[in-house]
Design a protein around this ligand. Structure first.
Ligand code: ATP
Ligand code: MG
Length: 522
């Protein structure tokens, strides 16, 4: 009976000759084996997988750009540039007749809509969607399967995906590709490279199946929080699309059009039963969910709905409206407050960029005592960042006269510089100008102007070099209500490329040398 069922499954599929022969051989084997024997179970299991592969079956793409546009717009507010890139990509596919053989990489902080964009791509094409995470994957066998000689051997993820989606050209999303592990059980990164590479993956070999599969028609969409830890050869083959995070206005629109209605629907509530004012939404965004993405915002709104349902249960006919005043009771004390701009001698605001998105980075320095000279750094700084601090220190020490500071200041100053928060690891050279400014402020005993944030690498001769993440940093500054920035001159192009809504109301100073920075601050 098993045999008939397996043959039935193969009807209408186009198997390569090797696969045909191999499956035939196994079917013959099955027919002579005793039904209760262990070998029977092993062979049966193998055939179950091999015959379930969608050999030669493909789904015809719906390459309809206006329709794709509608789907992307329906599911996502904002993200104009991202949508544009994806439509261009689909348009190219229309031209070629298929979008296979490509790897898209969506990179950005958590909760900015990467997974959600992936879903929309699949839906636009009308292809089935399969998603799994490769984060923390250490064993090559999870990708390429175990050899059948192992007890409990299993095929790898890609074979499992094909069985599930039943066509050879699904959209497969690989999450957390920046968090691939590695171990003595082989290197998943190179196995993955082999699998994704359009040059080699029409001959993909899963160890368990031991048959060549053509993965070249799969559209791979990968997601990552950062590019840094993605193996170079893999990155080279990808079309990178960046999602940088949202400003408050965008979050408000996303919350109104997507997050809130979805929470209501989940709770089985009608729109009229539970409303939330724009003011209250703004307060949730500012006070409870100050992040690059909207994941936490979604959670907070879920909490608001959950708690409100309790009230509606008692009196189902009443209509509730959430106002800013109600939030304290529903969500507790706000985690973030509108901070006054940092102020004081030695205190300067930098801009940082991590896998969590952009952030402001306050830096403080203080003279601890005057017994001898010295310099101490804290704040869990990485190697590169420590070096930038050393450079900033040397540069300021050597140029006190130029900057109207006490030329003997550092001779009798033990200086301590700290980058809060102390527990968050930080690295990179982009805080160079910020650290120099903090030290200069100390040496001049003069507080720098407030409400200004900066980023830039500094060299020993006081040049300001370009840095990454300008867009993320601009968004972070807005989030903290900072509208005046100092950026490296060489980043002028990056800044000018930003959409208008990010540039609006901003005052930008471009600095080629540190003296340009000092002029703005003091
Ligand atoms: P992670 O890196 O943590 O996996 P992600 O980038 O994949 O995050 P998603 O899961 O896609 O984030 O998004 C989080 C939630 O926010 C989802 O419910 C998603 O629908 C919603 N969302 C994100 N961006 C938008 C947007 N621009 N418009 C509408 N909804 C959005
Ligand atoms: Mg995701």
């Amino acid at each position: 009976a098993d045999i008939e069922q397996f043959r039935e499954r193969l009807k209408g599929k186009q198997l390569p000759e090797a696969a045909q022969d191999k499956i035939e051989e196994e079917l013959n084997k099955l027919s002579v084996l005793e039904t209760g024997s262990p070998e029977y179970a092993v062979t049966r299991n193998y055939l179950d997988w091999a015959t379930a592969m969608p050999w030669g079956l493909t789904h015809t793409d719906k390459l309809d750009i206006p329709r794709a546009r509608r789907i992307l717009d329906r599911d996502h507010d904002g993200l104009e540039d991202v949508k544009q890139r994806i439509l261009e990509f689909l348009a190219l596919g229309t031209f070629k007749g298929s979008v296979g053989g490509s790897i898209i990489l969506l990179v950005g902080p958590p909760g900015v809509g990467k997974t959600s964009i992936g879903h929309s791509i699949a839906e636009s094409l009308g292809r089935p969607f399969y998603r799994f995470s490769v984060g923390g994957m250490r064993d090559e066998a999870e990708i390429k399967g175990h050899r059948r000689t192992y007890i409990g051997a299993m095929p790898g993820k890609f074979v499992q995906a094909l069985k599930d989606v039943k066509v050879m050209n699904p959209v497969i999303m690989l999450d957390e590709i920046d968090k691939l592990g590695s171990s003595h059980q082989g290197d998943p990164a190179s196995a993955l490279l082999e699998t994704l590479d359009p040059e080699q993956n029409n001959q993909f070999l899963d160890h368990y199946l031991d048959l060549r599969l053509d993965l070249s028609k799969v559209l791979f969409v990968c997601t990552a929080n950062t590019l840094d830890s993605i193996p170079g050869p893999l990155l080279d083959r990808m079309d990178v699309i960046r999602l940088s995070g949202y400003i408050a206005e965008e979050k408000l629109a996303i919350a109104k059009h997507h997050l809130w209605p979805r929470q209501l629907e989940r709770a089985g509530l009608r729109k009229s039963q539970l409303r939330i004012t724009d003011k209250a939404l703004r307060q949730v965004i500012e006070g409870y969910a100050r992040e690059a993405g909207v994941r936490n915002l979604e959670k907070q709104l879920a909490k608001v709905v959950r708690k409100s349902v309790m009230k509606l249960i008692d009196e189902p006919d009443q209509k509730l409206s959430i106002k800013p005043e109600s939030l304290q009771e529903l969500l507790g004390t706000p985690a973030f407050r509108t901070e006054k701009p940092l102020k004081g001698v030695g205190v300067v605001t930098g801009l940082a960029w991590t896998s969590m998105g952009g952030a402001t980075l306050p830096i403080e320095a203080n003279r601890v005592h005057t017994l001898n000279r010295g310099f101490k750094l804290t704040g869990k700084l990485g190697e590169v960042m420590k070096e930038s601090a050393e450079i900033a220190y040397s540069y300021i020490c050597a140029n006190l006269r130029e900057y109207q500071a006490d030329t003997a200041f550092f001779d009798e100053a033990f200086v301590h510089m700290h980058v809060p928060e102390g527990a968050t690891p930080k690295d990179g050279p982009s805080a160079g100008v910020t650290m120099a400014s903090s030290l200069l402020s100390l040496a001049r005993n003069k507080a720098p102007r407030t409400g200004v944030a900066m980023t830039g690498e500094i060299t020993l001769t006081g040049q300001v070099l370009p840095v990454g993440g300008i867009r993320e940093k601009a968004i972070a500054a807005r989030r903290q209500s900072i509208f005046e920035l100092i950026l490296p001159e060489a980043n002028r192009g990056d800044y000018e490329e930003l959409p208008d809504y990010l540039q609006a109301g901003m005052t930008i100073h471009f600095a080629a040398r540190y003296s340009d920075v000092a002029k703005v601050l003091f």
